[in-house]
Design a protein around this ligand. Sequence first.
Ligand code: TXA
Ligand code: MG
Length: 323
Amino acid sequence: MRRTLRLKSDEGGLAEAAAILSRGGLVAFPTETVYGLGADATNAEAVAGIYAAKERPSFNPLISHLDSLEAAQVQGLFDETARRLAEAFWPGPLTLVVPVAPTCTVSDLARAGLDSVGLRVPAHPLAHALLKATGRPVAAPSANRSGRVSPTDADHVLGDLDGRIDAVLDGGASDVGVESTIVACLGGSPRLLRPGGVPREAIEALIGQPLEGGHGGEENPLAPGMLASHYAPRAQVRLNATEIRPGEAALLFGTAPLRDEEQAKARLNLSENGDLQEAAAHLFSYLRRLDASGAETIAVAPVPEAGLGEAINDRLRRAAAQR
Ligand code: TXA
Ligand code: MG
């Protein structure tokens, strides 16, 4: 058990966070998608600390975060498509899985022994400043215990990891709310390993062809981390609900009412206007709040599959999967 500091998002807080990372400590920090649990990616011992704090299966590779495309190109080999995607969507909620470069300094452990590496340049100004101050790749999975709902503010992080990590840099709520889209560019056609903050349609429009692959999926060895049961609240999750059953909490979307909605133990609407961006930003914190109502089941209204809806539905299906 260690004391977990809550660091302010000022110069002092940033300097302290960078210092902790540089000496091999664990610091959770905000990104535009969700909070990440950071460690120096080049330091295998520090990276091991992430797996321990999260109780994460060690075959699951981590994303390394950088402050620029130039810094990313030291770590990975970018083909034409990868470079175009990086130029279009970085900084932002896109992770590229590319072959390891000869100059790569990301530890084997962070890559889970693969000959590819997951790289992302986040857009959040605090994340950017922290990466700049740290001056090396920072490995960071979402800052929750393995299999739990991803955190979108510092309180969520502390709820899961207080006493297990050195600090959390408090930057308020994450605005995208779902994790980055992961695209593998490993020669041949690019593959979608995980839907996320950059909609598939935006990527396909840029590269002028459909992305291969649906949801990375556990049957897909390219994405070893895509466990079926993931993002799981304590309560059961029931999808595509048209009615509320006794004792259930309700996660709504849009204005169409569910039958017996007023019976719900607790009720939250992802977006009354049916705005998928707003829904993504609320998703994880609303799941947590409905879970805290003590309901045995969270009934979820249907969410359309277009745009960010693909990532939202992917997370909801994982939350609902058999555990
Ligand atoms: O938005 C995000 O991506 C957040 C923030 C903190 O950046 N991070 C995040 O990390 O969601 P995590 O560890 O929860 O998810 C990383 C995913 C896993 O499914 C893992 O299998 C995949 O990325 N991944 C990482 N490196 C990979 C590689 N070399 N090959 C295939 N998949 C990889
Ligand atoms: Mg995660």
